[in-house]
Design a protein around this ligand. Sequence first.
Ligand code: SAM
Length: 240
Amino acid sequence: MNLILLRPDELAAAEAGSHRAVLADRRLQHLREVLRARAGDEVGVGVEGGAIGRATVVALDAHAAELQVRLSEPPPPALDVTLALALPRPPTLRKVLQQATALGVKRFALFRAERVERSYFSSHGLHATAIAEDLRLGLEQARDTIVPTVEIHPEHFGRFVRERLPALSEGRSLLVAHPGAPTPCPRAPIGPATLMVGPEGGFIPAEVAALAQVAQAIDLGPRILRVETAVVALLARLSP
Ligand code: SAM
């Protein structure tokens, strides 16, 4: 955690443009056990949806930490890539949400494909609280404060492509990562983009054919990567 992420309602006005915040949850544990913070230490802070800055630990014990917070700069710029991901198994989803959030993705769309296990759509990992936790971990890692949105599209793949994908890709380049595609993934930002990543078992031929009508297929080279690795490699190539 490189930033203690505060909710706006946790900030109370204090002297000279600073704020006061009191923590008593896992952020307190992190301050004590990982950062080994003591009174007088400075830590990175940010407020959800707002600025980042520094905080002085005013007091800290086993029950609570009191911080004096000074917010001074905007969070890092977002990466204008919408990530449309065939819903992977829950542990993979957690990794992807955390890592792609850390890399600056602000919009996720989770869709169904033939090789997506149906039960994944009712897994605990898709509960709002579980998703919020993964997004928060990604933001804290990257010193960001802007919480991404996550849409879940359990409808049939064909319907998703016909009815949802146009809105997800309006005004944006639409790329689909597919091993063996003749076009290599760009190695630089290409402007606003929607990037589709397939399921662990890959897209079936009919899905590849449907996507070929609307998206540019791109390849990452001869190594077939796990979903979580492919996502990071793709986003890194499309980042400034
Ligand atoms: N056997 C599957 C196939 O050939 O499509 C492997 C699927 S891979 C584990 C899961 C997803 O990661 C793929 O659908 C694709 O979106 C992405 N991916 C993994 N390696 C890739 C590569 N070398 N080039 C492009 N996309 C890749």
